[in-house]
Design a protein around this ligand. Structure first.
Ligand SMILES: NC(=O)c1ccc[n+]([C@@H]2O[C@H](COP(=O)([O-])OP(=O)(O)OC[C@H]3O[C@@H](n4cnc5c(N)ncnc54)[C@H](OP(=O)(O)O)[C@@H]3O)[C@@H](O)[C@H]2O)c1
Length: 201
């Protein structure tokens, strides 16, 4: 599968590294295509670099790994190009109100298949998601079908176990997991090397 990763710094580079190693074709979508840091990263990973528009055209799955305050402008600019694409919203909008961009995708890209995930843990836990031999769980929500299989594959190939919370109506619950992570990591001083596991029998 071809993946467009919009944003190439902390989260974008961490996830792209995992997916490139797992054999996905990756293209970064960035504002400054000739940024030497991004070019070096892409060369290391065997990835391509283009504008956000070029990356969206390339990708079957589009991962938003840009600052939350850039989401509205970016989604509005590329809404029609997202039609039919698998969209992964990893961005957290920190300014109050919803942390996710589900309403923006609904308004500007109603034909996209939108999933909320990779937002609820610090990046360190995507880089190394195994705790004492146990892979962390990663919660997500979004539609069933082909997109679901693709998103579960991307989570699994990053080394985590996908746990679906339901369709996109559960986006607030996924964000609550992110709030729980912040509360434990910082509020309770447990640190950023922290993830979640669902136990069943
Ligand atoms: N860091 C984490 O642990 C973590 C975990 C989960 C989710 N997230 C979420 O992931 C997103 C990215 O976080 P990050 O830590 O990776 O941030 P970051 O290191 O600051 O990277 C942001 C990336 O977005 C690009 N960018 C900045 N403004 C943009 C704009 N207006 N339009 C398009 N691209 C823009 C930056 O490129 P330039 O070089 O051009 O500025 C950079 O590549 C955030 O929404 C964050 O909430 C982060």
């Amino acid at each position: 599968m071809k993946i467009a990763v919009l944003g190439a710094k902390i989260i974008g580079s961490t996830l792209a590294r995992k997916w490139a190693r797992a054999g996905y074709e990756v293209m970064f979508g960035v504002r400054t295509v000739d940024n030497p840091v991004v070019q070096a990263l892409a060369q290391e990973l065997g990835a391509a670099v283009g504008t956000p528009a070029e990356a969206i055209a390339f990708g079957e799955a589009i991962v938003f790994a840009i600052p939350g305050n850039a989401m509205e402008e970016t989604i509005a600019a590329h809404g029609p190009a997202l039609a039919g694409k698998i969209v992964i919203d990893a961005a957290n909008r920190m300014g109050g109100g919803a942390m996710n961009s589900a309403a923006l995708f609904a308004a500007h890209a109603p034909a996209a298949q939108v999933y909320r995930t990779f937002n609820s843990l610090g990046w360190e836990n995507f880089e190394d998601p195994v705790f004492d031999g146990v892979p962390a769980d990663l919660f997500y929500c979004g539609p069933t079908g082909a997109g679901q299989a693709a998103v579960e594959g991307l989570i699994g190939d990053a080394g985590l176990r996908p746990v679906r919370l339901g369709d996109l109506a559960q986006v607030g619950l996924v964000d609550t997991i992110g709030s729980l992570w912040f509360t434990l990591a910082f509020g309770q001083g447990m640190g950023r090397q922290l993830a979640f596991k669902v136990l069943t029998r």
